[in-house]
Design a protein around this ligand. Structure first.
Ligand SMILES: [Zn+2]
Length: 262
């Protein structure tokens, strides 16, 4: 239920329709699954318990339960320790508990939080990448934004409110554009230039002669050799390794050619 609510909120925030791939929406703003956030908080709580003084009752109960679980003293292990042990295994952090059982040493609060955050992010990113790389519908997005971090469009958006509409269109284009396949049997004919297309967004950005001059102006900013290839499309939609001026011009160009298509 919570996961569904999160998916709904992300799409609402980005102005994307409810059928948009969740992995695209969450990848865009760098959000992990809600389950991973809850798991992170549980691991933080475990760290708090283990960092308490050995004389504290909650610490003693926690250690006792850990030892019972570790040495299979319970027939059907349940409760916080059983659950958190699965989480530790999922995020490759079980070795810290093994070390604690042997030496009674555990990372301090600050270090434990960093270890947990880094491991959760690493594993969640790896799983997210696996999903988007093996889904044909997300092939272009996996090249545009292959990282579970906020896309550069959002820093541009927040720094310049006058680009509100253009940035909104840009986000939709990134979410809905697909790599054009003119050899596909499921293709259409462009009424402006007579070329076959399977994605009107990609076609308008890198192929259609209707926008040739505007496209050449943007190309000059990128020093790119070929305006009609997918690498140029990925370069423009990723907005990476370019300054704010180039980003702004790119977003305005995408707005010009795609405004009526999304
Ligand atoms: Zn065309």
């Amino acid at each position: 239920m919570l996961e569904r609510a999160q998916r709904h909120v992300v799409k609402l925030m980005l102005g994307l329709n409810s059928r948009t791939k969740t992995d695209i929406c969450q990848g865009f703003i760098g959000w992990c699954s809600l389950e991973s956030y809850i798991s992170t908080q549980k691991l933080f709580f475990l760290g708090q318990l283990l960092n308490l003084s050995a004389h504290c009752l909650p610490h003693q109960i926690c250690v006792n339960r850990l030892l019972e679980y570790r040495y299979n003293c319970c027939e059907q292990p349940r409760g916080f320790i059983a659950e958190v042990s699965k989480i530790l295994k999922r995020y490759n952090l079980s070795n810290y508990i093994e070390d604690f059982i042997i030496s009674r040493t555990f990372p301090n609060k600050v270090r434990w939080k960093k270890l947990v955050r880094d491991s959760v992010k690493l594993i969640e990113t790896r799983k997210w990448l696996e999903r988007i790389k093996h889904d044909e519908d997300m092939q272009l997005f996996s090249e545009i934004h292959p990282t579970l971090e906020s896309h550069p469009i959002f820093s541009l958006w927040s720094s310049d409110p006058s680009l509100n509409n253009a940035c909104s269109v840009f986000v939709k284009v990134c979410a809905y554009a697909r790599i054009n396949d003119p050899t596909s049997s499921d293709r259409l004919l462009c009424e402006h230039c007579g070329l076959f297309l399977t994605c009107n967004l990609s076609h308008a950005i890198v192929e259609c002669v209707l926008f040739m001059q505007k496209r050449l102006d943007v190309m000059k900013l990128y020093s790119h050799e070929e305006a009609t290839d997918n690498k140029f499309l990925v370069k423009m939609l990723s907005l990476s390794n370019v300054d704010d001026y180039v980003r702004k011009q790119t977003v305005l160009f995408i707005f010009l050619v795609c405004e009526g298509l999304v």
